[in-house]
Unconditional design. Structure first.
Length: 199
């Protein structure tokens, strides 16, 4: 069973529908709970960095997620769910991320902000998430802040929006993507299936 965290910042309908379409059982978590019945955890973050951190804390999700990560259990962060793995974000200097990886998210200075629409993901080494997915495939992005490549942990996917940045991370039990696989058509569904089957 996959637990999908709902901290009140967005509609999880597309995420639930995506996992359902690949035959993966999941349920929404609206508050922190015991995780004995869960095999995997998804954090589909949206909105402002500080609001995400505050809402996670107010529902007890921050300790639950940190304990989950510490115990080496499978995690998938989507969009802001990737950025909170780092130390922080320029968007909310006072808000602290989980600090699993060093560095912080910074705002795009190039092109139209936010980046909204389709962009390519280039492989940066072996990737279970990208298994059987063509290099430079398109995924759907919506974000104004990005994680730079230096100090970004294990980047297995890179995208370019006037600057190259981290768009896929894989390290041990942790997988995270800057884009929205649930909104990326068949390619996104393939990536979610890879996470369920291989990661």
């Amino acid at each position: 069973m996959i637990g999908i965290i709902d901290y009140g910042a967005g509609n999880l309908g597309s995420v639930l529908k995506a996992f359902s379409s690949i035959g993966a059982g999941c349920r929404v978590l609206q508050k922190a709970e015991k995780t004995d019945t869960l095999k995997r955890l998804v954090l589909p973050g949206v909105g402002a960095f500080c609001c995400c951190i505050d809402n996670l804390k107010s529902n007890g999700f921050d300790e639950m997620v940190f304990d989950w990560l510490r115990r080496g259990r499978p995690y998938l962060g989507i969009c802001l769910g990737m950025q909170v793995l780092f130390e922080g974000s320029e968007e909310s200097p006072a808000a602290k991320g989980f600090g699993i990886f060093r560095g912080k998210a910074i705002r795009f200075c190039q092109n139209k902000v936010p980046q909204m629409g389709w962009n390519r993901v280039k492989r940066a080494g072996w990737s279970k998430l990208m298994y059987d997915i063509a290099d430079n495939s398109f995924f759907y992005f919506l974000h104004a802040y990005y994680v730079p490549l230096p100090g970004s942990g294990t980047a297995t996917g890179i995208s370019d929006y006037g600057v190259e940045y981290t768009s896929v991370i894989e390290k041990d039990n942790i997988c995270a993507v800057q884009f929205h696989p649930e909104k990326s058509g068949r390619t996104g569904l393939r990536m979610l299936k890879n996470w369920v089957d291989l990661c």
